[in-house]
Each structure stands twice: as structure tokens, then as C-alpha cells.
Design a protein around this ligand. Structure first.
Ligand code: HEC
Length: 117
């Protein structure tokens, strides 16, 4: 290997490090603006529209058998499992399949968790 080639090689490695640092900085800088997490504020809109009539604004439940979200009832499962229950419906609760998208369901679940007192 010639000296020159080694020089290039070292250079390449530096470029790679700079690129990684750049990507990392960009990611950290954008993280607050680009979010893939569920959005409880959006979920609240879905809740007020489709859930509040049975579950109440405070989540304590207005109809028979409805869990009390303020006490964490019905919220012990992971978000995806709760979203699945909402897709299929349960007991006196209708299915929300085709009414709320998966993303919207996860947003609503995130909002449900904020009702816990
Ligand atoms: C028509 C009334 C009604 C509507 C509308 C309704 N629910 Fe329910 N919900 C119930 C009842 C009744 C239960 C108890 C079901 C059971 O355990 O038999 C329940 C249970 C639940 C549970 C607990 C599920 C479990 O596995 O125990 C969650 C979470 C929930 N509802 C969320 C929601 C959300 C979010 C919405 C709106 C998208 C919604 N509900 C709309 C009546 C309703």
C-alpha cells in the first residue's frame, strides 16, 4: 500500500466520522419537531368525538361496565393491545375499525393515559 493510498484511507474514515456526527446532530436537533410517538392532543379530539359519550370527559365512565380510566382501569395492557380491543370492540363497546385509523387509535390510547389521576 502506498503512502498516498493510506492517506486517502484515513481521509475516508474522517469523512465517515464527520458524517455520523452530522447525522447525529441533525437527529438531535430535529427530534422535538419530528415525532413518531403517539400524539395525545390529537387523541383527545378522537376521544371527544367517539368515546366521551360512554366514558365521560374525566374518563370515569357513564355507562354500565365502563372502566374508570381515572383509576387506570382498562389501561393495564400495552398500547397496541388496547388499540386492538378498540378495533374489535368489546361487550357494550362498538368496534372502531374503519372509523379511527391505527395511528388515531394509538393517539386516543395516549390520551386515555393522561386521564389517570
Ligand atoms: C357505546 C359506549 C362506548 C363507546 C362509544 C366507547 N366505549 Fe370503551 N367501553 C365501553 C364499555 C361498556 C366497556 C367495557 C367493556 C367490557 O369489558 O365488557 C368499554 C371498555 C373500554 C376499554 C377497556 C377495554 C378492556 O380491555 O378492558 C377501553 C380502553 C375503552 N373502552 C376505550 C374506549 C375508547 C378509546 C373509545 C372511543 C374510541 C371508546 N372506548 C368508546 C363503552 C364504550
Amino acid at each position: 500500500m502506498t503512502r498516498n493510498q493510506m492517506g486517502y484511507e484515513r481521509n475516508d474514515r474522517h469523512m465517515k466520522n464527520w458524517f455520523l456526527l452530522f447525522a447525529l446532530t441533525l437527529g438531535v436537533a430535529l427530534a422535538p419537531y419530528v415525532s413518531w410517538a403517539a400524539d395525545p392532543a390529537n387523541g383527545r379530539q378522537g376521544y371527544d368525538r367517539y368515546c366521551v359519550s360512554c366514558h365521560g370527559a374525566d374518563g370515569r365512565g357513564l355507562v354500565a361496565n365502563a372502566p374508570d380510566f381515572s383509576r387506570g382501569e382498562g389501561l393495564m395492557s400495552p398500547d397496541l393491545a388496547i388499540a386492538q380491543t378498540l378495533r374489535s370492540g368489546k361487550g357494550g363497546m362498538p368496534s372502531f375499525l374503519g372509523i379511527l385509523s391505527n395511528t388515531e387509535l394509538l393517539d386516543v390510547v395516549a390520551y386515555l393515559r393522561t386521564l389517570q389521576r
